[in-house]
Design a protein around this ligand. Structure first.
Ligand code: NAD
Length: 332
Protein backbone atom coordinates (compact mmCIF):
# COMPACT_ATOMS: atom_id res chain seq x y z
CA UNK A 1 0.00 0.00 0.00
CA UNK A 2 1.38 3.44 -0.93
CA UNK A 3 1.64 6.43 1.40
CA UNK A 4 -1.72 8.16 1.77
CA UNK A 5 -1.07 11.74 0.67
CA UNK A 6 -4.68 12.53 -0.31
CA UNK A 7 -6.73 15.36 1.24
CA UNK A 8 -7.66 13.19 4.25
CA UNK A 9 -4.09 12.16 5.00
CA UNK A 10 -2.98 12.69 8.58
CA UNK A 11 -0.76 15.75 8.86
CA UNK A 12 2.07 16.51 11.22
CA UNK A 13 2.74 20.20 11.88
CA UNK A 14 6.40 21.10 11.84
CA UNK A 15 7.62 24.27 13.54
CA UNK A 16 11.40 24.45 12.99
CA UNK A 17 13.70 26.01 15.56
CA UNK A 18 14.35 28.98 13.27
CA UNK A 19 10.63 29.85 13.18
CA UNK A 20 10.07 29.93 16.94
CA UNK A 21 11.50 33.43 17.53
CA UNK A 22 9.08 34.94 15.03
CA UNK A 23 6.06 33.17 16.51
CA UNK A 24 6.42 32.78 20.25
CA UNK A 25 6.33 35.69 22.68
CA UNK A 26 7.28 35.83 26.36
CA UNK A 27 3.63 36.72 27.05
CA UNK A 28 2.33 33.58 25.30
CA UNK A 29 4.91 31.49 27.17
CA UNK A 30 3.84 33.07 30.46
CA UNK A 31 0.16 32.29 29.84
CA UNK A 32 0.89 28.70 28.80
CA UNK A 33 3.12 28.01 31.82
CA UNK A 34 0.77 29.68 34.32
CA UNK A 35 -2.14 27.62 32.95
CA UNK A 36 -0.30 24.31 33.10
CA UNK A 37 0.97 24.94 36.65
CA UNK A 38 -2.67 25.50 37.60
CA UNK A 39 -3.71 22.27 35.87
CA UNK A 40 -0.94 20.36 37.68
CA UNK A 41 -2.18 21.58 41.07
CA UNK A 42 -5.75 20.55 40.21
CA UNK A 43 -4.46 17.08 39.37
CA UNK A 44 -5.51 17.50 35.74
CA UNK A 45 -1.98 17.38 34.37
CA UNK A 46 0.93 15.22 35.37
CA UNK A 47 4.53 14.63 34.43
CA UNK A 48 5.86 11.19 33.67
CA UNK A 49 9.16 10.03 35.20
CA UNK A 50 12.14 11.85 33.70
CA UNK A 51 14.81 9.90 31.86
CA UNK A 52 18.30 11.40 31.67
CA UNK A 53 21.31 9.28 30.81
CA UNK A 54 25.02 9.78 30.27
CA UNK A 55 25.07 7.88 26.97
CA UNK A 56 28.80 7.18 26.83
CA UNK A 57 29.18 8.99 23.51
CA UNK A 58 30.30 12.56 22.79
CA UNK A 59 30.23 13.14 26.59
CA UNK A 60 26.51 13.72 26.10
CA UNK A 61 23.59 13.64 28.51
CA UNK A 62 20.42 12.59 26.73
CA UNK A 63 16.86 12.00 27.90
CA UNK A 64 13.13 12.68 27.86
CA UNK A 65 10.71 14.84 29.78
CA UNK A 66 7.09 13.97 29.12
CA UNK A 67 3.57 14.22 30.45
CA UNK A 68 -0.11 14.69 29.74
CA UNK A 69 -2.46 17.58 30.45
CA UNK A 70 -6.03 16.23 30.54
CA UNK A 71 -7.38 19.79 30.49
CA UNK A 72 -5.62 21.12 27.39
CA UNK A 73 -5.00 17.61 25.95
CA UNK A 74 -1.32 18.46 25.42
CA UNK A 75 0.51 15.14 25.32
CA UNK A 76 4.05 14.36 24.30
CA UNK A 77 7.67 14.67 25.18
CA UNK A 78 10.72 16.86 24.99
CA UNK A 79 13.73 14.89 23.96
CA UNK A 80 17.27 16.15 24.07
CA UNK A 81 20.10 16.94 26.40
CA UNK A 82 23.55 18.39 26.63
CA UNK A 83 26.39 17.94 24.12
CA UNK A 84 29.47 19.74 25.50
CA UNK A 85 31.35 19.52 22.20
CA UNK A 86 28.67 21.33 20.21
CA UNK A 87 30.10 24.81 20.73
CA UNK A 88 33.15 23.83 18.66
CA UNK A 89 30.77 22.94 15.83
CA UNK A 90 28.98 26.29 16.10
CA UNK A 91 25.94 24.61 17.69
CA UNK A 92 24.16 25.17 21.00
CA UNK A 93 25.30 22.70 23.67
CA UNK A 94 21.73 22.18 24.88
CA UNK A 95 19.62 20.57 22.15
CA UNK A 96 15.97 19.67 22.38
CA UNK A 97 12.94 18.88 20.27
CA UNK A 98 9.30 18.57 21.34
CA UNK A 99 7.03 15.91 19.86
CA UNK A 100 3.29 16.31 20.45
CA UNK A 101 0.71 13.56 20.03
CA UNK A 102 -3.04 13.59 19.50
CA UNK A 103 -4.50 12.58 22.88
CA UNK A 104 -7.56 11.00 21.20
CA UNK A 105 -5.71 8.76 18.77
CA UNK A 106 -2.07 8.60 19.84
CA UNK A 107 -0.96 9.80 16.41
CA UNK A 108 1.93 12.23 16.25
CA UNK A 109 0.61 15.75 15.67
CA UNK A 110 3.60 18.11 15.80
CA UNK A 111 7.36 18.34 15.77
CA UNK A 112 8.64 21.56 17.35
CA UNK A 113 12.13 23.00 17.88
CA UNK A 114 12.71 23.09 21.64
CA UNK A 115 15.81 25.21 22.23
CA UNK A 116 14.37 28.73 22.37
CA UNK A 117 11.16 27.36 23.88
CA UNK A 118 13.16 25.94 26.80
CA UNK A 119 14.56 29.37 27.62
CA UNK A 120 11.14 31.01 27.26
CA UNK A 121 9.31 28.47 29.40
CA UNK A 122 12.00 28.58 32.11
CA UNK A 123 11.85 32.37 32.21
CA UNK A 124 8.06 32.19 32.25
CA UNK A 125 8.15 29.95 35.33
CA UNK A 126 10.12 32.42 37.44
CA UNK A 127 7.98 35.28 36.09
CA UNK A 128 4.85 33.39 37.20
CA UNK A 129 6.39 33.05 40.66
CA UNK A 130 7.17 36.80 40.75
CA UNK A 131 3.62 37.66 39.70
CA UNK A 132 2.10 35.53 42.46
CA UNK A 133 4.67 35.80 45.27
CA UNK A 134 6.81 38.96 45.08
CA UNK A 135 5.83 42.09 46.98
CA UNK A 136 3.77 44.42 44.80
CA UNK A 137 6.17 47.28 45.63
CA UNK A 138 9.30 45.39 44.50
CA UNK A 139 11.72 47.89 42.94
CA UNK A 140 15.12 46.19 42.64
CA UNK A 141 15.70 42.97 40.70
CA UNK A 142 18.77 40.89 41.58
CA UNK A 143 20.31 38.51 39.07
CA UNK A 144 22.70 35.71 40.09
CA UNK A 145 24.01 34.16 36.88
CA UNK A 146 24.90 35.64 33.51
CA UNK A 147 24.73 32.61 31.22
CA UNK A 148 22.46 31.85 28.27
CA UNK A 149 19.24 31.74 30.32
CA UNK A 150 19.87 34.92 32.31
CA UNK A 151 18.75 37.41 29.66
CA UNK A 152 15.46 35.56 29.14
CA UNK A 153 14.94 35.48 32.91
CA UNK A 154 15.53 39.23 33.28
CA UNK A 155 13.20 40.16 30.42
CA UNK A 156 10.35 37.99 31.72
CA UNK A 157 10.80 39.22 35.31
CA UNK A 158 10.84 42.87 34.24
CA UNK A 159 7.29 42.54 32.91
CA UNK A 160 5.91 41.56 36.33
CA UNK A 161 6.76 44.52 38.57
CA UNK A 162 7.75 48.18 38.16
CA UNK A 163 11.44 47.51 38.68
CA UNK A 164 13.64 50.60 38.80
CA UNK A 165 17.05 48.91 38.83
CA UNK A 166 18.83 45.60 38.22
CA UNK A 167 21.75 44.45 40.38
CA UNK A 168 23.81 41.48 39.25
CA UNK A 169 26.52 39.08 40.37
CA UNK A 170 28.19 36.25 38.48
CA UNK A 171 30.81 33.70 39.44
CA UNK A 172 32.57 34.53 36.17
CA UNK A 173 32.59 38.36 36.21
CA UNK A 174 33.65 38.54 32.57
CA UNK A 175 30.09 37.42 31.69
CA UNK A 176 28.43 40.36 33.46
CA UNK A 177 28.13 42.48 30.28
CA UNK A 178 25.25 40.18 29.23
CA UNK A 179 23.26 41.39 32.26
CA UNK A 180 24.24 45.02 31.69
CA UNK A 181 23.18 44.84 28.02
CA UNK A 182 19.87 43.19 28.84
CA UNK A 183 19.09 45.76 31.52
CA UNK A 184 19.91 48.52 29.02
CA UNK A 185 17.56 46.92 26.48
CA UNK A 186 14.85 47.07 29.16
CA UNK A 187 15.67 50.70 29.99
CA UNK A 188 16.82 49.83 33.51
CA UNK A 189 20.04 50.93 35.22
CA UNK A 190 22.40 48.07 36.06
CA UNK A 191 24.94 47.72 38.85
CA UNK A 192 27.38 44.85 39.40
CA UNK A 193 27.38 44.10 43.11
CA UNK A 194 28.67 41.64 45.72
CA UNK A 195 26.19 39.01 46.91
CA UNK A 196 26.02 40.79 50.25
CA UNK A 197 25.10 44.03 48.51
CA UNK A 198 22.55 42.23 46.34
CA UNK A 199 20.79 40.86 49.40
CA UNK A 200 20.69 44.34 50.91
CA UNK A 201 19.23 45.96 47.79
CA UNK A 202 17.12 43.43 45.92
CA UNK A 203 13.41 42.78 46.47
CA UNK A 204 13.40 39.90 43.98
CA UNK A 205 16.42 37.66 43.32
CA UNK A 206 16.63 35.19 40.44
CA UNK A 207 19.42 32.61 40.52
CA UNK A 208 20.14 30.85 37.23
CA UNK A 209 23.55 29.17 37.45
CA UNK A 210 24.97 25.67 37.04
CA UNK A 211 26.63 25.82 40.46
CA UNK A 212 27.14 22.82 42.76
CA UNK A 213 27.76 24.98 45.84
CA UNK A 214 25.68 27.78 47.35
CA UNK A 215 26.39 31.31 46.15
CA UNK A 216 23.81 33.31 48.13
CA UNK A 217 24.12 32.97 51.90
CA UNK A 218 21.30 33.08 54.44
CA UNK A 219 22.77 36.05 56.29
CA UNK A 220 22.57 38.14 53.10
CA UNK A 221 18.83 37.72 52.50
CA UNK A 222 16.57 40.29 54.12
CA UNK A 223 12.90 39.90 55.06
CA UNK A 224 10.37 40.41 52.27
CA UNK A 225 12.62 39.11 49.50
CA UNK A 226 11.25 36.81 46.82
CA UNK A 227 13.78 34.33 45.44
CA UNK A 228 13.35 32.36 42.24
CA UNK A 229 15.94 29.58 42.23
CA UNK A 230 15.97 28.38 38.63
CA UNK A 231 19.37 26.81 38.02
CA UNK A 232 19.19 23.69 40.20
CA UNK A 233 17.69 20.96 38.05
CA UNK A 234 19.99 18.05 38.92
CA UNK A 235 20.90 16.13 42.05
CA UNK A 236 23.95 17.82 43.61
CA UNK A 237 23.46 21.31 42.15
CA UNK A 238 22.88 24.15 44.62
CA UNK A 239 22.56 27.94 44.36
CA UNK A 240 21.54 29.21 47.80
CA UNK A 241 22.40 28.21 51.36
CA UNK A 242 19.96 25.58 52.63
CA UNK A 243 19.16 27.67 55.72
CA UNK A 244 17.34 30.18 53.48
CA UNK A 245 14.79 27.49 52.65
CA UNK A 246 14.47 26.80 56.36
CA UNK A 247 13.09 30.28 57.04
CA UNK A 248 11.40 30.96 53.68
CA UNK A 249 7.96 29.85 52.55
CA UNK A 250 8.88 27.47 49.75
CA UNK A 251 6.94 26.99 46.52
CA UNK A 252 7.78 24.86 43.51
CA UNK A 253 6.54 23.63 40.15
CA UNK A 254 6.51 19.97 41.26
CA UNK A 255 7.22 18.79 44.81
CA UNK A 256 8.68 15.41 43.76
CA UNK A 257 11.34 17.14 41.64
CA UNK A 258 11.93 19.90 44.18
CA UNK A 259 12.98 17.45 46.91
CA UNK A 260 15.00 15.15 44.65
CA UNK A 261 16.76 17.39 42.12
CA UNK A 262 15.65 20.94 42.88
CA UNK A 263 17.03 23.57 45.22
CA UNK A 264 15.04 22.09 48.14
CA UNK A 265 16.96 18.78 47.98
CA UNK A 266 19.64 20.11 50.36
CA UNK A 267 17.33 21.70 52.95
CA UNK A 268 15.15 18.56 53.02
CA UNK A 269 18.21 16.29 53.42
CA UNK A 270 19.51 18.52 56.22
CA UNK A 271 16.16 18.39 58.06
CA UNK A 272 15.66 22.16 57.66
CA UNK A 273 12.55 21.82 55.49
CA UNK A 274 9.80 19.21 55.44
CA UNK A 275 8.57 17.96 52.07
CA UNK A 276 5.02 18.61 53.27
CA UNK A 277 5.83 22.29 53.79
CA UNK A 278 6.55 22.85 50.08
CA UNK A 279 3.60 24.23 48.10
CA UNK A 280 2.94 23.77 44.41
CA UNK A 281 2.78 27.24 42.83
CA UNK A 282 -0.33 26.07 40.97
CA UNK A 283 -2.23 26.15 44.27
CA UNK A 284 -1.53 29.88 44.53
CA UNK A 285 -2.49 30.38 40.88
CA UNK A 286 -5.76 28.51 41.51
CA UNK A 287 -6.53 30.53 44.65
CA UNK A 288 -6.18 27.48 46.89
CA UNK A 289 -3.18 28.92 48.77
CA UNK A 290 -2.85 32.58 49.76
CA UNK A 291 0.78 32.83 48.59
CA UNK A 292 2.73 35.61 50.33
CA UNK A 293 1.21 36.26 53.76
CA UNK A 294 3.11 39.43 54.78
CA UNK A 295 5.55 42.05 53.54
CA UNK A 296 8.24 40.52 55.77
CA UNK A 297 7.88 36.93 54.59
CA UNK A 298 10.66 35.47 52.45
CA UNK A 299 9.14 33.52 49.57
CA UNK A 300 11.22 31.13 47.49
CA UNK A 301 10.23 29.45 44.24
CA UNK A 302 12.17 26.29 43.43
CA UNK A 303 11.81 26.11 39.62
CA UNK A 304 12.96 22.64 38.65
CA UNK A 305 11.59 22.55 35.10
CA UNK A 306 8.91 20.04 34.13
CA UNK A 307 7.99 18.40 30.84
CA UNK A 308 4.47 19.85 30.96
CA UNK A 309 5.96 23.35 30.61
CA UNK A 310 7.60 22.23 27.37
CA UNK A 311 4.41 20.69 26.06
CA UNK A 312 2.41 23.80 26.99
CA UNK A 313 4.67 26.23 25.11
CA UNK A 314 5.04 23.85 22.15
CA UNK A 315 1.25 23.51 21.85
CA UNK A 316 0.95 27.30 22.03
CA UNK A 317 3.51 27.82 19.25
CA UNK A 318 1.79 25.23 17.05
CA UNK A 319 -1.48 27.16 17.48
CA UNK A 320 0.29 30.43 16.63
CA UNK A 321 1.92 28.88 13.54
CA UNK A 322 -1.47 27.61 12.33
CA UNK A 323 -3.16 30.96 13.06
CA UNK A 324 -0.50 32.87 11.14
CA UNK A 325 -0.62 30.40 8.28
CA UNK A 326 3.07 29.56 8.56
CA UNK A 327 2.67 26.01 9.84
CA UNK A 328 4.33 23.40 7.65
CA UNK A 329 2.04 20.38 7.51
CA UNK A 330 3.44 17.11 6.27
CA UNK A 331 1.39 14.02 5.49
CA UNK A 332 2.49 11.28 7.84
P1 NAD B 1 25.28 28.65 30.96
O1 NAD B 1 26.28 27.55 30.84
O2 NAD B 1 25.05 29.54 29.79
O3 NAD B 1 25.68 29.57 32.21
C1 NAD B 1 26.08 29.00 33.43
C2 NAD B 1 26.00 30.03 34.53
O4 NAD B 1 26.40 29.40 35.77
C3 NAD B 1 26.94 31.20 34.33
O5 NAD B 1 26.37 32.36 34.92
C4 NAD B 1 28.19 30.77 35.12
O6 NAD B 1 29.01 31.84 35.49
C5 NAD B 1 27.52 30.12 36.30
N1 NAD B 1 28.40 29.22 37.03
C6 NAD B 1 29.17 28.24 36.51
N2 NAD B 1 29.88 27.63 37.50
C7 NAD B 1 29.54 28.26 38.65
C8 NAD B 1 29.91 28.10 40.01
N3 NAD B 1 30.77 27.17 40.39
N4 NAD B 1 29.33 28.91 40.93
C9 NAD B 1 28.42 29.85 40.58
N5 NAD B 1 28.04 30.05 39.31
C10 NAD B 1 28.58 29.27 38.36
O7 NAD B 1 23.93 27.95 31.45
P2 NAD B 1 22.42 28.43 31.26
O8 NAD B 1 21.88 27.88 29.99
O9 NAD B 1 22.30 29.87 31.52
O10 NAD B 1 21.72 27.57 32.43
C11 NAD B 1 21.99 27.88 33.78
C12 NAD B 1 21.44 26.78 34.66
O11 NAD B 1 20.02 26.70 34.50
C13 NAD B 1 21.96 25.37 34.36
O12 NAD B 1 22.22 24.73 35.60
C14 NAD B 1 20.80 24.69 33.66
O13 NAD B 1 20.82 23.30 33.82
C15 NAD B 1 19.64 25.34 34.38
N6 NAD B 1 18.36 25.29 33.68
C16 NAD B 1 17.25 25.09 34.45
C17 NAD B 1 16.01 25.03 33.84
C18 NAD B 1 14.78 24.85 34.67
O14 NAD B 1 13.71 24.62 34.12
N7 NAD B 1 14.85 25.00 35.96
C19 NAD B 1 15.91 25.18 32.44
C20 NAD B 1 17.05 25.43 31.70
C21 NAD B 1 18.30 25.50 32.33
Amino acid sequence: MGLDTGPDAHKVTIVPEAEIAGLMTPEAAFDAVEAVFGAMARGGAYNFPVIREAIGHADALYGFKSGFDRESLAMGLKSGGYWPGNAERGLTNHQSTVVLFDADTGRVSALVGGNLLTALRTAAASAVSIKHLAREDAKVLGMIGAGHQSAFQMRAAAAQRSFEKVVGWNYHPEMLPRLAETAEELGLPFEAVSLEEMGAQADVIISITSSFAPSLMDADVRPGTHLACMGTDTTGKQEVEAAILGRATVFTDEVAQSVSLGEAQHAVAAGLLAEGAITEIGKVINGDHPGRASAEEITLFDGTGVGLQDLAVAAAVVDLAREKGVAQAVAF
